[in-house]
Design a protein around this ligand. Sequence first.
Ligand code: ZN
Length: 234
Amino acid sequence: MAHPLEALLVLQEKDRKIAKLQREIRDIPARKADIEKQLEGAKTKLNQSREALKKVTSDLKQLEIEAGTHNEKIIKYKQQQMEAKTNDQYRAFLQEIAAAEKHISALEDREIVLMEHIESAKKIIAEREAELKEEEGGVSDEQAMLEERLSEVQEDLDALLADRGRITSNVNPSLLLKYERLFKNKGDFAVVQVEKDHCSGCHMKLPPQVTNDALNPDKLVICNFCGRMLINIR
Ligand SMILES: [Zn+2]
C-alpha cells in the first residue's frame, strides 16, 4: 500500500509551481508600471528641455526689442542733431547717440550668448526626442513581452490547477485540509522526507522512533521541531 503522504508530495510539487506562477502574475502589473514610469521620466526630461528653449527664445526676443528701442532713439537723435542750433546741443546729441550705440553693442553681446544657448537647447531637444522614441520602442516591446508571458503563465497555471483537482480528489479530505493549512503556514513545504535520520524541512536529527513511524502508511508523523509532516521512503 502506498503511503498516503506520497500523493501529497506530488500535490505539493504542483502547489509550489502554482504559488510561483501566482506570484509572477501578481508582480506583472508592478513591472508594467515600472516600465511606464521609465517612459514618463523621458517625457519629463524632453518637456523640461522644450521649456528651457522657450524661455531662452523669449529672453532673446526681449533683448531684440530693447535694441530696437535704442535704435529708434538713435534715429531720433540724429534728426534732432541736424536741427541743432548750437555746438553744445550738437555735442549733446552726439553723446546720446554714442551711449545708445554702447547699449546696443552690449545687448548684441548678450544676444550672441543666448543664440548659443538656443543652439545647444535645440541639440538637447533633438537628443531627448531620439531617446524618448527609442524608449517608447523598448517599452512597447517589453509590454508585449510581459503580455505574452502573462498569457503563458495563465495557461500553465490553469493546467496545474486542473492537475491539482485530479490529485486532490484521491486524497482524504481531512488530511488534505491539514496539508493545505500547513503548506500555507510554512510557505515552502508541508510534507518532507526523512533523509539520513534528519527532517529535510528543518534539518534537525529525528529520534529513531519518529524515523521508524514515518515508514508506516497508517501513521501521520509530524516533525517535533518544525511541525511538518514526515514521510520516510526507502
Ligand atoms: Zn522538521
